[in-house]
Design a protein around this ligand. Structure first.
Ligand SMILES: [Zn+2]
Length: 309
């Protein structure tokens, strides 16, 4: 699923939005509608969507951007909801095969918050002792952590057995999750939800982004975020994707402190150099030893003070 393969015409038809692909104001390869932006006084159809790039642009008021932004404006919905809508109106992958073949269905359901699928339905709010002891053993207080990060537990069955489930929340919607091993035996201590288990692919999300201001500390893991608190945001691993960098830009982040795990310092040094031009300030921090999660006392406070002035 991507914006590039979104089918604007199928979407406009489904939503009864009047559009034209030819005639007055319409350039070939574009599809025009009435501009939905509040400060646009244009009563005509000057809002064009380029059918190739899927970028929109209003000739009257100058608004432009991607389909996710246009959908948010048309529906008054959150960004995660716009992603779900994008996924429902994808171009038919079989459009070039003969007409007598049965076409796969394109989505038609109107998505609102209450309809977003509950991807955590198989997990529990009851925490077994082993899960609680694991958190305490890592110097976290379950009484604070569980409600704050809306954690759940998976007990002894299924793919996520003996894991604490940390939901990934974007714009207050649960869109993915991480399963964290409590046995200290698993080969993969942090298991990210697959794309099919998620509403939005986890590597297109950032952990705890909803609770960040313009100054943030970028860390790898969810436990690094738990240790530092609000203002720290997690990338779910060493690799930082373009989508994640775009999210930082989209959310108006201005100042970024980059705090890698000790084994990823040089990778994140390259990251820092790469993203420096697009933010007001990017600063690479280095720990003497260990990972951000291991910070305690004055060392921890020093880091927290960077984002809590
Ligand atoms: Zn306009």
């Amino acid at each position: 699923m991507s914006i590039e393969t979104f089918d604007p015409i199928a979407y406009f038809e489904n939503r009864d939005i009047v559009y034209s692909t030819e005639g007055k104001n319409v350039t070939e390869g574009w599809c025009n509608i009435e501009c939905p932006f509040p400060f646009c006084n244009d009563p005509s159809n000057h809002m064009g969507v380029n059918l190739e790039s899927k970028l929109f642009s209003c000739w009257a008021c100058g608004e432009k951007g991607g389909m996710d932004r246009l959908i948010q404006e048309l529906e008054g919905c959150t960004w995660p909801e716009s992603q779900v809508i994008l996924s429902q109106f994808q171009e038919n992958p079989y459009k070039d095969i003969p007409l007598d073949t049965k076409y796969p269905e394109t989505g038609s359901k109107t998505v609102r918050s209450r309809d977003m699928k509950d991807i955590l339905s198989s997990f529990s709010d009851q925490f077994p002792k082993i899960h609680l002891n694991y958190l305490k053993g890592r110097d976290f207080d379950p009484e604070i952590l569980i409600p704050k990060y809306r954690l759940k537990a998976c007990y002894n069955t299924g793919k996520y057995k003996f894991r604490i489930i940390a939901p990934v929340i974007m714009d207050n919607e649960i869109v993915s999750f991480v399963g964290m091993d409590v046995t200290r035996q698993a080969k993969v201590p942090y298991k990210n939800a697959s794309d099919s288990e998620s509403v939005i692919s986890i590597k297109s999300c950032l952990y705890n982004l909803d609770n960040a201001n313009e100054t943030v500390i970028l860390v790898e893991g969810i436990t690094d975020v738990w240790r530092i608190g609000d203002g720290a945001i997690g990338t779910f691993g060493k690799k930082v994707t373009d989508e994640q960098v775009n999210l930082l830009i989209r959310n108006g982040i201005e100042k970024i402190y980059i705090l890698s795990d000790s084994d990823a310092y040089y990778d994140w040094k390259i990251l820092a150099e790469m993203i420096a031009p697009v933010f007001n300030s990017v600063e690479l921090l280095e720990l003497n030893s260990g990972d951000p999660e291991n910070l305690r006392g004055d060392n921890l406070k020093e880091i927290q003070d960077l984002i809590r002035k």
